[in-house]
Design a protein around this ligand. Structure first.
Ligand SMILES: [Zn+2]
Length: 294
């Protein structure tokens, strides 16, 4: 069996998986922003009773997941997480970025794509991504790869918006749930959540304008991805990606792009456990490859 773990900024999910089916699962609050140095111990403790049944640990993790280290972008801290988990579990550990894991799940379990390519974008508190080209998940040694939220786009909402990565006008700084809520709060002069924005935008023309600007910026990202990868389909996940006032505007604006930039935008097939299942399928491939070449 495989222990699968999804380490996010607010929640950590874990599951015991047999034959790509979840046997048991559990969820707890994340400690990334409170006690990051204790993360590995915390995760091992969460899965303690599964260890003797498992032969492999598959991890989907937020942040820049490199070959040897994970850099947590928002916490600005780096951990040798694979080595720490390997020691803690006493099992082989494969880690990949959480959006990359979801992309891999969509690619492996969704409809067969003729060109063996797919791009997955999740828009929720942040914006993440995963790219599959010619049947391969695109990765980089330092893990800074397919972080689609940190591509710079045209911003009509303000002359410049500073991103936490250090760059100006990253799409995450303009169109993520956190950024939409922050900009709407400034306009309305009261603290509002992104959910409230989607519920009340019809009553506030200036918030409707903000949504237009944020979706313009997001469709700029879509056009850039099409030019970069040539993908014909983009899977749009995440709570903001699923919100009708966001998604319908994006689909309408893609249809107005020059034809070479147009892509089919589809909803995810794999549901709430996409990260866990994607990491599990990927870890078996990678671990099998390692074993075969040892
Ligand atoms: Zn950025």
């Amino acid at each position: 069996m495989i222990i699968a773990i999804d380490i996010g900024g607010t929640k950590i999910s874990a599951a015991l998986i047999d034959n790509n089916k979840i046997i048991q699962s559990r969820k707890t609050d994340s400690i990334i922003h409170q006690d990051l140095n204790n993360l590995a111990n915390y995760v091992v403790h969460l899965c303690q009773d599964w260890i003797e049944k498992a032969h492999l640990v598959a991890v989907a993790c937020t942040g820049q997941v490199g070959k040897n280290h994970v850099h947590f972008l928002s916490a600005k801290q780096t951990l040798p997480l694979q080595q720490q988990l390997n020691t803690g579990f006493g099992l082989p550990v494969v880690i990949l970025n959480d959006a990359a894991a979801a992309a891999w799940a969509e690619y492996c379990l969704g409809p067969k794509r003729q060109d063996n390519s797919l791009v997955y974008i999740t828009v929720s508190t942040g914006i993440g991504g995963g790219i599959i080209q010619n049947g391969q998940l695109v990765t980089a040694t330092d893990g800074f790869c397919a972080h689609l939220g940190h591509m710079s786009v045209t911003c009509h909402a303000a002359p410049t918006i500073q991103c936490h990565c250090g760059r100006i006008n990253c799409v995450e700084a303009i169109s993520s749930g956190t950024s939409i809520a922050r900009q709407a709060s400034q306009i309305l002069k009261t603290e509002v959540s992104c959910k409230t924005v989607f519920e009340q935008y019809l009553a506030h023309p200036e918030i409707d304008t903000l949504l237009e600007q944020c979706t313009d910026a997001f469709v700029d990202l879509i056009a850039n991805i099409k030019a970069l990868t040539g993908t014909t389909v983009i899977v749009l996940g995440g709570s903001v990606g699923a919100a009708i006032p966001f998604k319908e505007r994006v689909i309408a604006k893609i249809a107005k792009l020059p034809s070479i930039y147009q892509v089919e935008l589809v909803s995810p097939m794999t549901g709430e456990h996409a990260d866990l299942i994607g990491a599990t399928i990927y870890a078996q491939t990678i671990n099998g490859f390692r074993n075969a070449t040892q």
